[in-house]
Design a protein around this ligand. Structure first.
Ligand code: ADP
Ligand code: MG
Length: 684
């Protein structure tokens, strides 16, 4: 039976009006959307342990024989507690359930079951508390899917619903990739891949299903992006003529870098192209501090020369004020008028800005979301600039663009992303890359060290603090979460090893304790602040505020330090278990130091990292260029990290979401998906 993927989800039995309402919250309205609701993680029920080897606190599976019917008793607080005695050849285990009356008759004495749950061990006494269980057979699947769910509609319920569709032998989905592509890339069929991703027969099969589904996503995504681009190409543009730009260069006060000159040229060529060309849609990508602003300012200058206005949209009021001050200085030299529009302004000021935009007196307006309200109209809007573009949805951008005719657009992104990958993910934009820093910026000296150097490192940090500097210590720690014991989808790579993965998780958990102890044991004489994932944002802000004001010497953080933090006085960063981080993450982290006039250092601690991790750390020692680092990362670990980190940006493409591509660890596959898409858009 071939499934109709467009069929309304209500057509499935068991989905009533209220069920459909819950599913809608998860973005599921059709049968197809249900099947493309992928597990976010799996319970590894195939990871069977023996009772003797069970460790306190771990989540694992056990195959146990029930020795006797459950005993039960009411606790003082009125809870019924059921205790089921069971065991394997290596030891006995008590299985505890609460308030579940059916437990009395749920088990057959002498029969074996697979239990999966959290272990507690006190000496020889081992307990499993409220585990899930299934009668044992050799057909039990090793991985049990865990879905993104919502209150009122659990993961288990979603699993049941999906099972009702795919577990039928005769269910077939229409293939949506060309046969030729499936064959030459040796991909699973669509039917097999979807059946597998929900109910995998093995770890290996998940890898294959991921490969197929990620390929499918990227292929369709690229085809879609290319055809949208074509559609847009028919809009008439705001026409601008060439102009003499010496005056702009003179006003700058510094010589633009080669990369900036190249990008300014690209913008100039776009803006002054023939009237029959579509409006500019360009992304300028460059590391923090690479000097993107100048390029945008140059665009605004060319627009103003042609009698057009420019709107610059930034995500926060602080950024808006900073840009406003920057631009005011430069543009006043060029006889251009600049205004600031943020919701914080008194109404009378706002009205002044509205008037100046409508009359055309204002050349450049810099603002936040306040720019897209109905009150804002322009005399002649010619250029829209979005800074930190990922913070804006495509609709917000569109709304602003529509305030002019054939408006050009420039978006700025501070995530170094390999050019090739940017071309795929932002296929509807032209991409300019600023891969060079302005002169005079000092590279952060980076060193990879192991445990033997710990004392030296501590005293180095101490010396820096004595000299008046501040330090960051970052640990890849994770707090205990509801995901404990689960394997996330993206961790299931072709070379997945449960043992290795378990070790890494334990290492991360240990980091939490380490962070807490630092202040007490290692630096009791210094002022140490501590940031961790469980803090409320007000608490976090308070700690960060103290660090920013210099009231703390050291900031220990178990989670990634907020990107917005800017402390020029911080000169050293120690990253613990640096092998747990991806390269791009390490580069982002390291960018927190070296912002002031002090020589700055980054120490990457790793003990016994694998070969790949060691190669990553060595690259960090020798390379400061974010693009070179990103290229290396892409080759080594595939595009998954980039896609996940740029999720918001990519979503702008509307209907298509990349859900699986973020779990892809194969860069070559990404390129081939793109090449195929290229061929099929040309032919189609
Ligand atoms: P970002 O790319 O992060 O937006 P900015 O445009 O804010 O970077 O530039 C960072 C700083 O570098 C600013 O103070 C800017 O004036 C300065 N700058 C930019 N380009 C150059 C250059 N070519 N030479 C010297 N300083 C520059
Ligand atoms: Mg900037």
């Amino acid at each position: 039976m071939t499934l109709e993927l467009d069929a309304d989800i209500k057509r499935l039995s068991g989905v009533g009006t209220s069920g459909a309402a819950y599913l809608k919250k998860l973005g599921i309205t059709t049968v197809g959307a249900l099947l493309y609701h992928f597990p976010r993680a799996y319970e590894f029920r195939g990871n069977v342990k023996t009772v003797a080897s069970a460790e306190d606190g771990e989540t694992a599976a056990f195959i146990l024989t029930v020795n006797a019917p459950p005993s039960y008793a009411k606790s003082r607080s009125g809870i019924m507690i059921y205790k089921l005695p069971a065991g394997d050849g290596t030891g006995g285990c008590t299985i505890v359930f609460f308030n579940q009356n059916y437990i009395k008759t749920a088990f057959r004495v002498g029969a074996s079951y697979r239990f999966y749950g959290k272990v507690s061990r006190r000496g020889k006494h081992v307990e499993l508390s409220s585990p899930v269980y299934e009668p044992y057979s050799d057909k039990l699947l090793p991985l049990y899917p865990v879905y993104p769910a919502t209150e009122g509609y659990s993961s288990v319920r979603i699993n049941k619903l999906i099972s009702s569709v795919i577990d039928r032998e005769d269910t077939v989905l229409p293939e949506n990739l060309p046969d030729e592509v499936v064959a030459s890339e040796r991909l699973m069929s669509r039917t097999e891949a979807l059946k597998t991703i929900h109910h995998p027969q093995s770890l290996y099969a998940v890898g294959e299903a991921k490969r197929r589904l990620a390929f499918e996503e990227l292929f369709l995504f690229a085809v879609n992006v290319r055809s949208t681009r074509k559609k847009d190409d028919t809009a008439p543009r705001a026409v601008m003529r060439g102009c003499v730009c010496d005056e702009f260069k003179a006003a700058l006060g510094f010589e633009p870098t080669g990369a900036q000159k190249r990008v300014m040229n690209e913008i100039y060529t776009d803006l002054t192209a023939n009237a029959d060309k579509p409006p500019m849609r360009r992304m300028v990508s460059g590391d923090v501090g690479s000097g993107k602003t100048v390029c945008a300012q140059f665009g605004a200058y060319v627009a103003a020369k042609n009698g057009y206005q420019t709107a610059v949209m930034v995500p926060t009021e602080i950024l808006a004020r900073q840009h406003y001050e920057d631009c005011s200085k430069l543009f006043s030299l060029l006889g251009m008028s600049v205004r600031l529009l943020i919701s914080d302004l008194p109404q009378s000021k706002k009205n002044e800005v509205y008037d100046s935009l409508l009359s055309g007196e204002c050349d450049v307006v810099i603002g936040t979301h306040a720019l897209i309200t109905d009150k804002v109209s322009f005399k002649n809007l010619g250029l829209v600039v979005c800074d930190e573009q990922h913070r804006f949805g495509v609709n917000q951008r569109e709304t602003l663009l529509k305030k002019g005719d054939g408006t050009h657009m420039l978006v700025m992104s501070a995530t170094p992303i390999p050019r090739t990958l940017a071309l795929v993910l932002f296929g509807d934009l032209d991409v300019s890359v600023i891969d060079e820093m302005p002169p005079g910026r000092r590279a952060v000296r980076t060193a990879y060290r192991d445990e033997n150097s710990r004392d030296k490192i501590y005293s180095f940090i101490r010396d820096q603090v004595k000299a008046g500097r501040q330090a960051y210590i970052v640990c890849p720690g994770i707090e205990e979460t509801e995901d404990d014991g689960l394997i996330p989808l993206e961790a299931l790579t072709s070379d997945f090893s449960a043992e290795k993965y378990g070790k890494e998780v334990n290492k991360r958990k240990a980091a939490v304790n380490y962070a807490e102890k630092l202040s007490v044991d290692v630096f009791p004489d210094l002022k140490v602040g501590y940031l961790h994932g469980k803090m409320k944002s007000a608490e976090k802000n308070a700690v960060m505020g103290k660090f920013e004001r210099g009231e703390l010497d050291i900031l220990v953080s178990t989670t990634v330090i907020e990107v917005g933090i800017n402390v020029p006085n911080a000169s050293v960063m120690l990253i613990e278990d640096a092998d747990c981080f991806g390269l791009s993450q390490l580069h982002q982290l390291r960018g927190r130091v070296g912002r002031g006039r002090y020589a700055s250092y980054c120490i990457l601690m790793a003990n016994d990292p694998g070969q790949n991790a060691e190669a990553r750390l060595k690259i960090m020692e020798s390379e400061n260029n974010g693009y070179k680092i990103a290229e290396f990362d892409l080759k080594q670990r595939g595009p998954g990290d980039f896609i996940r980190e740029n999720d918001e940006k990519i979503r702008q493409h509307g209907a298509l979401k990349l859900k699986m591509a973020g779990a892809l660890d194969d860069a070559a596959l990404l390129y081939r998906a793109l090449e195929w898409a290229e061929r099929y858009t040309k032919e189609g």
